[in-house]
Design a protein around this ligand. Structure first.
Ligand SMILES: [Zn+2]
Ligand SMILES: [Zn+2]
Length: 270
């Protein structure tokens, strides 16, 4: 693909989302740094192609050392594309759920995006996205199926399919902070150009054009809503925090079909 140029004003840091959690928005997708009590840190997701320099420059402002690992919420190109470069540069492993591995080794490709879903510029652009193969090679490791990753003490790994089969979310019980990847968004994710403008965060479903199973996606949101998270940081849109977040999440879970499922998929999700 051609080299894409992302203007500097589209690379926006998000300070202190929760204790030790920072974010960086690059165009329409976020990455997060999770700092641990022992001084180590972990990068969550790895954004678009040619963004490794942005991510490194950002991290160097608050940490002096490379992270202990890169953890991927899932394998879509807008969450993984700088992972290989960063992992080589930092000499660190890349973790993903076992069910996501085939899409990260070149063995499998995701289904074609549902271009009609959700409307908007993102959907129109989606056939142009590189669907793969992403090849993370021998840097790739499997996340434990349940519990914690040693590199991320205090963070529970939750399997939340089926935006993709091996999609995960991360939850820290201590402050009820939840990193949700693309399980759901706080912006209408199909609106690429609108999303680039600061919007008041509001809950939406997962990016529709790539979501493959709406029943499973609904169940994942229901499971996340039961956590009573008070801080939510998504892959697309701004973080949300506050006492009303658990209630807003329950509302998204209850009204998921109305809010999230695109018209042309409603019948199959019923
Ligand atoms: Zn995705
Ligand atoms: Zn995404």
């Amino acid at each position: 693909m051609d080299r894409i140029t992302i203007p500097d004003d589209q690379v926006v840091p998000m300070e202190e989302i929760a204790g030790g959690v920072r974010g960086l928005r690059i165009a329409f997708v976020n990455v997060f740094a999770v700092l641990h009590g022992n001084g180590s840190w972990t990068l969550i997701d790895a954004a678009l192609p040619f963004t490794a320099t942005f991510i490194k420059r950002w991290a160097e402002k608050f940490v002096k050392t490379p992270p202990n690992a890169i953890v991927l919420t899932h394998g879509h190109f807008d969450h993984v594309s700088a992972a290989r470069d960063l992992a080589e540069d930092w000499d660190v492993p890349i973790y993903a759920h076992a069910l996501e591995s085939p899409y990260l080794t070149g063995e499998k490709e995701y289904a074609r995006p549902n271009v009609g879903a959700g409307g908007g510029a993102m959907s129109l652009l989606s056939p142009l996205y590189p669907r793969g193969p992403v090849k993370l090679g021998d840097r790739l490791r499997q996340l434990p199926a349940v519990g914690e990753l040693a590199e991320m003490p205090g963070w529970e790994i939750l399997h939340t399919p089926r935006h993709t089969p091996g999609h995960i979310s991360l939850f820290r019980q201590e402050d009820r902070c939840l990193l949700v990847g693309d399980a759901f968004c706080t912006t209408k994710p199909e609106s690429f150009f609108e999303a680039a403008i600061a919007q008041k965060p509001e809950l939406h479903g997962p990016p529709a054009y790539f979501t493959s199973d709406w029943n499973a996606a609904r169940e994942s949101v229901q499971r996340l809503a039961r956590l009573d998270a008070t801080i939510v940081a998504p892959g697309h849109g701004q973080p949300l925090s506050g006492a009303n977040v658990p209630e807003e999440l329950r509302r998204l879970a209850v009204r998921f079909d109305e809010i999230a499922v695109p018209e042309n998929r409603k019948r199959s999700a019923a």
